[in-house]
Design a binder for this molecule. Structure first.
Ligand code: TYD
Ligand code: MG
Length: 448
């Protein structure tokens, strides 16, 4: 087999031996990416051995998932790290990616698994200092300060670890390619080789990647298609909490989130997110409503804050954080037409406290009530949680998992739940359920 490199147009597939700014075939600019070409010598065809088999004959490997030591991470991964899977973890620099993976590695090392941490960004001394400060088990934890992929692959095959960590994909390179580390061609070729290794040897691999300022993991989007799981670690740099999300998972759901806190002893998981998001809630003020929102499989209580003031401009301002802007415009119309509260002359600011993003329509009613409460300048009782989807007719529609939401509200100590008129099994006495059919009714219950 002979290996050469060619430049391939990502738009039309045109191939050329040297780099060109513009593709001569489809005339698009900057689309040529270097790839490795393997040309097999002509000769006797190798006997193919793969034969089809019945799915029923396949015995599932029962112990394929390994726990990571963080319940939050296990849940996001769908129950633990799957053997032979390739997991991409992205996030802004300094958010805590290396810290998290080192903590996972040290947990596995303490359980007797071999871990290989390829550090192309930090020196071995830096890693050692961090490991000592955080009190990591370091016996089965191997460190390899290397940037050349071929040598990384060789060391991995020799050591045969159960977990391989590449920190980061943008700093390693394949020597056959002439392009610089971090370029589209390098990132993709390196990832393809790591994927092959992970599948062939059954090594679970974490690949750390940086996020560009546009929010995508630097390098090609195709990287996300190649790996099994894509995790994003996000949060405000100057705040303590971090949220781990998954945008793709071949072995689990993608709606789960994991919440962590960065402390001086490394990352600590937040097991009780409702309490975490409601911490720091002050006295009852107008425009503040607690909503019960589903984050993956669990209900989380979050505070929604709205502030409305009469506008000084001809077009009122609308700013929202953590919620869909167009849905906000729709809800403002519903408040005006179905709730009888004028919104067209108000500047409206809406914020989901704690950096969470609410995607669920089940938060509609809470947002309507927060805005109405702010316009009327009347607070909503502090012991009230609100949930319900709002239709264009101003009707309040039913939501999923109502029983779980009620349980969570009762657990945190709330007394009332404003909710759609829907069936609930297993009522609790602790919490009063106020079911309402329309926005108007809900507003009458709480704001007069
Ligand atoms: P790091 O894991 O190096 O981030 P990334 O790999 O995503 O770039 O985390 C670096 C930040 O985390 C740094 O600002 C310091 C902070 N940190 C703590 O607050 N506590 C700790 O125990 C550790 C290890 C880091
Ligand atoms: Mg790092």
């Amino acid at each position: 087999m002979k290996k050469t490199t060619v430049f391939v147009c990502q738009n039309c597939g045109f191939q050329t031996p040297r780099w060109l700014g513009q593709c001569p075939s489809c005339r698009s600019w900057g689309t040529l990416v270097e790839e490795v070409m393997v040309s097999k010598k002509l000769g006797k065809e190798k006997q193919r051995t793969a034969t089809p088999f019945r799915l029923s004959e396949l015995k599932p490997d029962v112990k394929i998932r390994t726990k990571t030591g963080f319940d939050e991470l296990n849940r996001v991964l769908g129950g633990g790290i799957v053997k032979g899977s390739l997991i991409l973890i992205g996030g802004d620099p300094g958010i805590g990616k290396s810290t998290m993976i080192m903590q996972v590695g040290s947990y596995l090392a303490s359980k007797g698994e071999t871990v290989l941490y390829v550090s192309a960004e930090e020196s071995a001394e830096q890693l050692k200092l961090r490991a000592e400060r955080l009190g990591f088990a370091t016996d089965n934890f191997f460190v390899l300060p290397e940037t050349e992929l071929e040598s990384i692959l060789e060391s991995t095959e020799k050591l045969n670890p159960s977990l391989l960590v590449i920190d980061s994909i943008q700093t390693i390179y394949k020597s056959i390619l002439s392009s610089a580390p971090g370029s589209v061609g390098q990132v993709r070729e390196c990832a393809a080789d790591l994927l092959r290794l992970a599948k062939e040897k059954g090594v679970a691999t974490f690949v750390i990647g940086h996020v560009t300022k546009f929010g995508a993991i630097a390098g090609p989007k195709t990287l996300e298609h190649m790996v099994d799981t894509v995790l994003y670690f996000e949060g405000e740099r100057f705040q303590q909490y971090r949220i781990l999300r998954t945008t793709k998972n071949r072995f689990g759901s993608t709606n789960e989130i994991g919440i962590f806190e960065m402390t001086e002893h490394g990352l600590v998981e937040v097991a009780n997110p409702s309490q975490f998001f409601l911490a720091g809630r002050g006295e009852a003020i107008s425009g503040s409503v607690v909503v019960s929102t589903l984050q993956g499989s669990r209900p989380v209580l979050v505070e929604v804050q709205a502030l409305a003031t009469p506008t000084f401009y001809s077009i009122p301002q609308r700013v929202c954080t953590g919620f869909d802007f167009r849905r906000l415009s729709m809800l403002l119309c519903i408040i005006e037409r179905r709730g009888g509260i004028q919104t067209g002359n108000q500047d409206v600011f809406l914020n989901v406290v704690g950096g969470l993003r609410i995607e669920e329509p089940a938060a509609d009613l809470a947002i309507v009530m927060a805005i109405a409460s702010s316009i009327r300048n009347k607070p909503i009782a502090q012991d009230t949680v609100v949930v319900g989807e709002v239709g264009l007719g101003g009707e309040v529609r039913s939501v999923g998992q109502i029983t779980n939401r009620i349980k969570e509200a009762a657990r945190i100590g709330f007394r009332r739940l404003v909710m759609p008129n829907q069936k609930v099994d297993g009522k609790t006495k602790v919490i009063e359920l106020l079911s309402c059919r329309s926005v108007k009714e809900a507003l009458e219950f709480t704001i007069v």
